[in-house]
Design a protein around this ligand. Structure first.
Ligand SMILES: Nc1ncnc2c1ncn2[C@@H]1O[C@H](COP(=O)(O)OP(=O)(O)O)[C@@H](O)[C@H]1O
Ligand SMILES: [Mg+2]
Length: 266
């Protein structure tokens, strides 16, 4: 059984952490991590196979739990299976995908929705092979309104026809409504929880909110597991949410060792 204990200090620290640059599975040579993502990819592709929509949304309860890292790496893992994937940074509050992939962010989702750029001149083609990325663009004053707009709906409809999979990185569910707003358009939501940080209450609240708007919860990714044995232990546990299961896909904390080393040097 995993411990998902309350760790307020760690939570605070994680939400401020930077260092997201190029933390993709292409740059991290860690067998446990890449295997974890392959497993996640397989599960996602099976789960989405039963769906009409090819849009997968990633979210979590709070900031710093690993939504952006997990959505980026899942998108890469799916692209590595020869699928055409589009990753969209829908976190128009604290966007990071441009940093993850080392891209410019003058244009992105916000400029497309604000009719200041077109998809064609905004998309970053082949950020990695088979994976195109739309960064957030400049932070707009009204993200929720943009997501609720007809333009967003049409945009996602169009891109979902052009790609095999569309992956959305979103803001935290327990802080703003954007992720739930976006779930209207997606085929399913993957909830990212961080080992040792996310509490059962956080998860309950997020799943409760998802349940309220009738989102299809595909499963839960357990991010930051450092125990290799734990990381490989797969399981499926009913989590007391009716139709929602609680799937556990663990993988090792990819750079935790370095992070610890850096800290101890200071
Ligand atoms: N498994 C992990 N091990 C170590 N650091 C991680 C892990 N997952 C995420 N991080 C780091 O934590 C920070 C927050 O991750 P991020 O994906 O931006 O979270 P969110 O999108 O949920 O706010 C980033 O600096 C990221 O590099
Ligand atoms: Mg994020």
């Amino acid at each position: 059984m995993f411990e998902l204990f309350t760790n307020k200090k760690k939570k605070k620290q994680l939400s401020k952490e930077s260092g997201i640059e190029r933390v993709t599975i292409q740059n991290i040579n860690n067998f446990a991590v890449t295997e974890g993502y392959k497993q996640l990819r397989t599960n996602l592709m099976f789960l989405m196979g039963a769906n009409d929509s090819n849009i997968i949304e990633f979210s979590s309860s709070f900031a710093g739990e690993g939504k952006s890292v997990t959505s980026a790496n899942s998108a890469i893992a799916i692209a590595q299976a020869s699928q055409n994937v589009l990753l969209i940074d829908c976190d128009l509050r604290k966007p990071v995908q441009h940093k993850v992939f080392g891209l410019k962010n003058e244009m992105g989702l916000s400029t497309i929705l604000g009719k200041m750029s077109t998809f064609e001149n905004t998309v970053n083609k082949n950020a990695v092979p088979n994976l195109d990325v739309i960064t957030s663009g400049p932070i707009p004053p009204n993200p929720s309104e943009l997501f609720a707009s007809e333009k967003m709906k049409k945009f996602l409809e169009t891109v979902s026809q052009q790609y095999d999979y569309v992956v959305l990185d979103t803001p935290p569910i327990n802080l703003v409504t954007d992720a739930l707003e976006l779930s209207k358009y997606s085929g399913g939501l993957v909830l990212v929880v961080r080992h040792g940080v996310t509490t059962y209450d956080d998860i309950k609240r997020s799943l409760g909110a998802a349940n309220f708007v009738d989102v299809n919860v595909l499963g839960v990714v357990l991010n930051g597991v450092q125990d290799a044995k734990l990381a490989y232990k797969k399981g499926y546990k009913k989590y007391g949410y009716g139709k929602y299961g609680y799937s556990r896909y663990g993988y090792g904390g990819y750079d935790t060792d370095n992070r610890e080393k850096k800290k101890s040097k200071k």
